[in-house]
Design a protein. Sequence first.
Length: 262
Amino acid sequence: MKSLEGMSLLITGGGSGIGLGTARYCVERGARVTICGRRPDKIEAAARELGPACHGVAADITVAADRQKLIDAALGHGGKLDALINNAGNMYRGMITELEEAALQDIFNSNVISAMLLTGLCTPHLATTEGSVVFVGSIHTRRAFPGASAYAATKAAVQGLTRVLAAELGAQKIRVNCLLPGAVFTEINQRAGLMDDETALQRLQGMSDLHALGRIGTTEEIAEAMAYLMCAEWVTGAMIDIDGGLGLGITADPAIINRKEQ
């Protein structure tokens, strides 16, 4: 089992939510972390908060020049590259009759294609360290949420990609895994203009009873699993659900409930 101490990590979408939580967790355990995001103010604030072990880069992973800039920054900050966390992603909601082609292409570009291209650029550096790639999937491939077909399709693509790349890169001792978070408060719906912070949090908390463990998760709990995948040396091609049991699809059986009440 590897240690986070001394690792050099690149985390996309690191200015908030799961990305920021993972960066914080890893910095606290001795890693040097490079984070990126489209919003300079968010990235600068996050880097200041986490201190000198964290380097922030304002970058858009859908832009080729920015992808190369990110890798150069991570190598400059950490001296090597031990892990790539493909966390950046966007949300697009709408019923199937309402979806627009340009918006569909945009979300596949941001959630799938850009991560593929960035992974390809990182591969030679990860081979040197026998490092790892972690993709971020979603509960949306475990439970069906009407109106979220576009987002769910991108996450299903990421999960399929994980297994193919695990097979493809295994000869170079690069491990590739995927983490599937459940209900955790992030800014993905707010960035898409779908709701404000308060509404987003209330929506998630309203899902607490759908979890076997009775509550939504935290970014630190996701970060713990991220760290495991970065450090576990014999785990590749894995899909790990970190969702408090939301993906189990628990439903109340009225017949059983009625029997208990009698």
